[in-house]
Ligand binder design. Structure first.
Ligand code: DLL
Length: 449
């Protein structure tokens, strides 16, 4: 269903007028209230009155994650702290977390864009929504929660972890929709199999998955294992949380950005130059309506592209293609750029393997060495060994899969790689975002944040 037909199908000319009006307003507001922006605008020699059309947007300076860290915790607020009714934080891998704030109106805007997202996925008022995104400082849990309530759904605030209990709740309470990270969706599917639950007999119709990069191959796997329509939801704490954009179940071809609230651009990650529609680069977002912490031209670090072609669902908003990775996540292995999503694409297309994997990077003398560890799936393992027996590492079928997939990896990535196929459930399962990269060349990093 289209939750807000007026806004989601607004003719583009009218949408642009609305965006320009809101852009002028937010630029004037941050210039008046946030010393950081007043300074930055002065540095680049731009005044709020200089913004006369959307084409003037590139005259404004970028905002970076480091700016949020440098003004931790309240330095970028455009309202007194007392007017904020909620704080969230994203954990980050280094130093202090990034704190974000919401006024009462921001919380309402957030619920609105989430209701639109649930509508995109095929959700309806009256559905039971099982929400397994983490509740707490992470924006996933509470973000989806308020939007589902606004739509008039029955929300089950399951949060992460205790997967068997989650499965029981999905079965007993008759969940129609499931929200969690795509890697956790696979874990739920795996636990259902272990518990003898047949997903085909459940009331599940749709899943709203995001917070970490995933691939088309993974979508196919989740859809066939859980028997539902899986759509991609995108967002980041700095901009609002989940609900910046969501795919429609009709096309499943890129996430509709809720453009009356978030103004997107794609720029060259190196030069910052704005790229034309369709070109791949770093997504940059300006909040048009946020009150507590508006951000101008925020560098998301996420690599995507924008598609303005009309969508068959009837929405007129621009779509962003699946995030292929983060500009700061890109691995450089022996000088070659590698995104974990490319590795995942290859692994998930092998019928013998599960979607649980990690990339281990080590150094041998001056050379980087990449080992991809991936779990075999249960069906394949049952062919090789009786239940409970260890995986016979010299089994010809195992050797064949290992060599075949290793070759595919090398062809796709153009860098040498080792592959280790491990027994099911041997790779650690974090509760939130999947940790895809173990960089032992000099520290630990992750594909999510
Ligand atoms: O992950 C918000 C969220 C919650 C989105 C639930 C979707 C569902 P942060 O913790 O601030 O916020 O992390 C934001 O996660 O910049 C991307 O790198 C990544 N990310 C989020 N959604 C997607 C997605 C939430 N659909 C960071 N595909 C972002 C790929 C995603 N990456």
């Amino acid at each position: 269903m289209i939750w807000n037909r007026a806004m989601e199908t607004l003719p583009r000319e009218e949408l642009k007028e609305l965006q320009l009006r809101r852009l002028k307003e937010v630029v004037a507001r941050v210039a008046a209230r946030v010393p950081f922006y007043r300074r930055r605008f002065a540095e680049v020699g731009v005044a709020p009155d200089d913004i006369r059309s959307l084409e003037d947007l590139p005259r404004l300076p970028f905002t970076r994650k480091s700016d949020l860290r440098d003004h931790y915790p309240y330095g970028l607020l455009a309202v007194p702290r007392e007017e904020c009714v909620r704080l969230h934080a994203s954990s980050g891998t280094r130093g202090k977390p990034t704190v974000v704030a919401y006024t009462r109106q921001d919380v309402a805007t957030w619920a609105e864009v989430i209701a639109r997202s649930i509508g995109c996925a095929g959700g309806r008022p009256g559905d039971v929504l099982h929400n397994a995104y983490g509740y707490g400082l992470f924006t996933g849990g509470l973000g989806l929660h308020y939007g589902a309530e606004l739509m008039g759904q029955t929300v089950v605030p399951a949060s992460g972890g205790f997967t068997q209990r989650q499965v029981e709740l999905i079965v007993d309470l008759g969940a129609n929709g499931l929200c969690c990270t795509p890697s956790y969706a696979l874990q739920i599917a795996e636990t259902m199999r272990e518990m003898g639950v047949d997903p085909e007999k459940l009331a599940l119709r749709y899943g709203i998955f995001g917070a970490e990069p995933w691939t088309e191959a993974m979508r196919r796997q989740i859809e066939s294992e859980l028997h539902l329509d899986a759509v991609d939801i995108y967002g980041l704490s700095e901009i609002i949380g989940p609900g910046v954009a969501c795919e429609c179940a009709e096309a499943k071809a890129g996430a509709h950005i809720f453009e009356d609230h978030f103004l997107p651009e794609v720029v060259d990650p190196e030069t910052g130059e704005v790229l034309p529609p369709g070109a791949t680069g770093e997504l940059v977002l300006t909040t048009l309506t946020k009150e507590a912490m508006p951000l101008i031209r925020y560098r998301t670090g996420d690599i995507s592209s924008l598609a303005y072609e009309p969508c068959r669902c009837g929405r007129t908003t621009v779509r962003m293609t699946r995030i292929v990775g983060r500009s700061d996540d890109m691995l450089i292995i022996r000088g070659v750029n590698v995104f974990p999503s490319e590795v995942e694409d290859v692994l998930v297309s092998a019928p013998e393997l599960s979607g649980h994997y990690r990339i281990v990077l080590t150094r041998e003398g001056p050379l980087d060495r990449m080992t991809v560890e991936v779990e075999a799936n249960d069906t394949f393992v049952r062919r090789l060994a009786p239940p409970g027996e260890p995986l016979p590492s010299d089994h010809p079928a195992l050797r064949e899969v290992t060599e075949r997939v290793r070759k595919q990896l090398v062809e796709r990535l153009r860098v040498s790689a080792e592959l280790r196929v491990l027994p099911p459930r041997s790779i650690p399962r974090p509760q939130g975002k999947a940790v895809r990269v173990l960089d032992q060349r000099g520290g630990v990093s992750s594909a999510g944040r």
